[in-house]
Design a binder for this molecule. Structure first.
Ligand code: GLN
Length: 243
């Protein structure tokens, strides 16, 4: 049995980010892997040691400010679980809060968990549009597609990006990086939602979760014709060539 923890589902759910949880669960169930979802809101207890996959979605600056304090209270638990391989996906506003801080457009400083070495500050112009990113998943080169809409510019310190921007803005529109990656933590600006659009990444996260539990990680192939076609159409529209 895999356990998914959806953090702050009522506060952080921009652009259908909840779809990431639905896709993770569906691709497990279609293969007969039992999975349950814990929805964890402000103040709700959760033991990250018992969780296999944590999802943290995007939110506006206001929503980020509300949940930042609650998340800070969980910092040590989360950090310990991350060190021993907890699989985490954090999108946009959720991503920003795993870093050192987020400086909002009005100057407000929202403290992050400082779990990963990066910081974010809001710029004047929002970075909006479809994105294509090249990532490496266990030696496989995969092109992810998604949609970004953020004011924040994220600058990585001593930390690997999730991937390289092929089209769109990514972390800051300047350095060609998108997202961040540390152990089994995956951060990205890509809504879409990301996992339903990019089944290779979803399966990668499922495999990592199974590996951490010591369960067999071979996954039965599924029919991803529609997903592949959707990505192909988007890449053509973005004039991105792959392979
Ligand atoms: N408030 C953040 C920004 O605009 C996050 C937005 C989001 O999650 N889409 O940068």
């Amino acid at each position: 049995m895999l356990t998914v923890c959806h953090l702050y589902p009522d506060l952080l759910n921009l652009y259908g980010d909840r779809g990431n949880v639905l896709a993770f669960v569906a691709r497990c169930r279609w293969r007969g892997i039992p999975v349950r979802v814990l929805e964890v809101g402000l103040g709700d207890p959760v033991d990250f040691g018992e969780v296999d996959f944590v999802f943290l979605g995007g939110g506006s600056d206001r929503e980020q400010d509300i949940m930042a304090r609650d998340l800070l209270a969980r910092r040590d638990d989360l950090a310990a679980a991350v060190e021993e391989g907890l699989v985490v996906l954090a999108i946009c506003g959720g991503y920003q809060l795993l870093g050192r801080y987020y400086r909002a457009a009005d100057g407000t400083l929202i403290p992050g968990l400082g779990l990963l070495d990066f910081h974010t500050r809001a710029g004047k112009k929002r970075l909006i549009g479809n994105v294509a990113v090249e990532v490496d998943l266990d030696g496989w080169r995969v092109t992810l597609c998604g949609f970004e809409n953020h004011a924040g510019r994220t600058y990585l310190g001593d930390l690997a990006p999730l991937g390289r921007v092929l089209a769109g803005h990514g972390n800051n529109g300047e350095d060609g990086t998108e997202g961040a990656r540390y152990k089994n933590v995956f951060c990205s600006y890509l809504h879409g939602p990301l996992l339903p659009k990019n089944p290779a990444l979803t399966d990668h996260l499922i495999r990592l979760a199974l590996r951490r539990r010591g369960l067999p990680e071979e996954l039965e192939p599924l029919d991803d014709t529609l997903e592949r076609e959707a990505v192909r159409v988007m890449l053509r529209r973005l004039k991105v060539r792959t392979g």
